[in-house]
Design a protein around this ligand. Sequence first.
Ligand code: MN
Ligand code: MN
Length: 304
Amino acid sequence: MPRFAGPASFMRLPSRSAPADLDVAVVGVPLDIGTSNRPGARYGPRSIRAESVLIRPYNMATGAAPFDSLRIDDSGDVAVNPYNLDDSISRIESHYEELLSDDVITVSIGGDHTIALPILRAMAAKHGPVGVVHVDAHTDINDSMFGEQIAHGTPFRRAVEEGLLDCERVVQIGVRGTGYAADDFNWSRQQGFRVVQAEECWHRSLDPLMAEVRDQVGGGPVYLSFDIDGLDPAFAAGTGTPEIGGLTTIQGLEIIRGCRGLDLVGVDLVEVSPAYDTSGNTALLGANLLYEMLCVLPGVEPRG
Ligand code: MN
Ligand code: MN
């Protein structure tokens, strides 16, 4: 079968297995009504799946071949309610609770970043408070947005309040840009998070940083949440809230590859908005980053 043909799933994976027979479930979460600026991330899962057909199964750089050692399905999308954010959040939470009852690792395709809250609720219900590697231009710790508690700029604030995070094992990488007050970054630090601003990443390899991150967040379950806007708009223009001066594609790869060895219990790639992705490159990048995440999941050993 040529790569451009076959099932329209992520990397043309099967989608028929019962969760009990899986190690990993790829899940689309086509939600974008938590977005504050440019909308469109509801089409992220479809667009990322379309571009994912270009990816081959063997990782030439790391030797990982995730499909050799893990049973991975694309288990489809969460049926979100496009008219009701609160209802959507509870639907996402139940969907993940159901999946986690079968001990799968979830690989989520957003959707805007609001989806991290219900997913983290399900993760913490199963594993207890989790460590987080959070890549983003934004800290997403607003107290509220337009008076709303649930939005794509608030999930990590709510997660802290709800006790879902092991705050000393949380790192936020790539944050930058303009804000309303210094508190945007300092609140995170006051909770015990490590905050690595984009400027600290400029012009350098992130391999040394990731060695420190593994020391900080290891020793317990870890969730990796990757907002595509953590990367520079030169590489990832197709997103809702772009910020200049961001990470490079190479640094994104260093971060994900640097998560190898952590006890990853779930990962996501959020905020791809295809309407602003005129070349399809942002979705292609998102698909490749998701593949790289599969390559560092527990149980994947380099081949050869
Ligand atoms: Mn975000
Ligand atoms: Mn962001």
